[in-house]
Design a protein around this ligand. Structure first.
Ligand SMILES: [Zn+2]
Ligand SMILES: [Zn+2]
Length: 441
């Protein structure tokens, strides 16, 4: 009898628990539906009025105003136009959710009724068209939807929610600037930091995840190849840096194919090569610009060493003296690899599946793109971070792409346009559910 009683009791508590879970999911779904209506105009306004990196003056004001309306304590002007909102809701974990705010110097060609026609000065004073070609307008609106849902469901969780609106993600300066401006002294240090980035290969309605490194580290290098110039008709009296640079470009192709472990991804691309002024002059130097992508630091070190060996070796074989060895200069403002915390990702995936269904969470391979969200996981506090892909492709277009090979518009292109409604609702539902579960654990 006792056994039957205890079975009945545990069945009862299971059904109560199940019922509570259903109720929470219903509340989140309802919040996402209502917000899709009310925040669509915010999305259109952000899309119509993009601002370039470091110039997000109006956008950051809009984000700060929205945070204030929701009852967040707001700090502005962090690392430039950075905004932080703090919502204290009792004792518990501290969780940070971040959006980025900047647009790209791209002339919009989507044909949307609310397409951007903005032309504005960039941080260097140069006039450029501006467009949210990387979907940061969708990030901001989804972020607002999530924190609005969190504010309206305060009785469901305890802890501190930190909402970060970051400037200048493009160009990799924003996260660094906010951290250098003591972000984690201005807001409580988070136990977890999470964010979305829209994905132009995944259908709207899905979330992509990767438990581990998800985005590559990027390093930019400039190589100056020296020579000894002269008349193009008398090459025997010169050391031709154009021939030498050409050889270096080809030898660089052996770094990934012969120096790096084939199971470790890497890219070394020579994206620009400039030298010479006229057909009959052999110049004194050639400049090359490279982009390097990697997921592990030892891979970058191998690339670095190989570049020295190749450029020096080729220069010596061309007969150049020690004082004319090629010069390699790295830009130190680049992004490190974004390494998701596998445990945080899998915890989140379980929560997100619970509200979206198993089929709408898609495990994806790492991408050789980059994101400065990586920076938040690299401070001395060693905060576990997780970036999730928010599927953005209209489902019909996605089917057409799969069935007929019709190309999709990639991010950073003038024709990129995510499908707002399903992407927004999916993003709000999945992350709100996930944040509440993380606060409860
Ligand atoms: Zn971008
Ligand atoms: Zn982006």
């Amino acid at each position: 009898m006792k056994i039957i009683q205890s079975i009945l009791l545990s069945l009862l508590s299971l059904s109560v628990c199940f019922g509570q879970k259903e109720k929470l999911n219903d509340k989140i779904v309802a919040a996402a539906d209502i917000e899709a209506e009310s925040l669509r105009s915010v999305y259109i306004d952000l899309h119509k009025n993009p601002e370039l990196s470091m110039m997000e003056f109006e956008t950051s004001k809009k984000m700060a105003d929205q945070l204030r309306k929701l009852g967040f304590q707001v700090i502005t002007g962090i690392g430039g136009n950075g905004v932080a909102g703090i919502m204290k809701n009792g004792e518990g974990k501290v969780i940070m959710f971040r959006t980025d705010m900047d647009a790209l110097p791209v002339k919009e060609n989507t044909g949307l009724t609310y397409a951007s026609t903005v032309v504005m000065k960039d941080a260097s004073g140069k006039e450029n068209p501006a467009m949210h070609a990387c979907g940061h307008d969708l990030h901001m609106t989804t972020w607002l939807g999530i924190i609005q849902a969190m504010a309206s469901l305060k009785e469901e969780w305890k802890g501190t929610l930190i909402a970060i609106a970051q400037p200048a993600e493009e160009g990799a300066a924003g996260a660094r600037a906010m951290l250098q401006d003591n972000l984690f002294k201005k807001v409580p240090v988070p136990d977890y930091a999470l964010c979305y980035h829209v994905n132009a290969d995944l259908p709207a309605g899905t979330i992509g995840y990767c438990p581990g490194p998800i985005l590559a580290g990027v390093k930019s290098a400039e190589i100056t190849v020296y020579g000894s110039g002269g008349h193009g008709a008398m090459p025997q009296n010169t050391i031709d840096p154009i021939v030498l640079a050409s050889r270096i470009v080809l030898d660089i192709q052996t770094i990934v194919s012969r120096r790096i472990n084939p199971v470790k991804p890497a890219v070394v691309t020579v994206g620009a090569i400039h030298g010479g002024t006229k057909n009959n002059i052999i110049p004194d130097e050639v400049k090359m610009l490279l982009t390097i992508r990697f997921f592990e630091d030892d891979v970058f070190q191998t690339i670095k060493t190989s570049l020295i060996n190749i450029t020096r070796g080729d220069a010596i074989s061309a007969g150049l003296p020690e004082n004319k060895m090629p010069l390699i200069v790295y830009d130190n403002s680049d992004d490190p690899p974004t390494k998701n915390d596998p445990d945080l990702v899998m915890k989140s995936v379980r929560s997100m599946k619970d509200i979206l269904g198993d089929n709408n969470l898609i495990q994806v391979a790492p991408s050789t793109g980059s994101e400065d969200f990586a920076q938040y996981g690299l401070t001395s506090e060693k905060i576990p971070i997780a970036l999730f892909w928010l599927g953005g492709v209209n489902q019909e277009k996605y089917r057409d792409h799969i069935e007929n090979g019709t190309p999709l518009s990639p991010i950073h292109s003038s024709s990129f346009a995510p499908d707002f409604d399903p992407a927004f609702k999916t993003g709000v539902k999945a992350m709100t559910k996930n944040l509440i579960d993380l606060f409860r654990k």
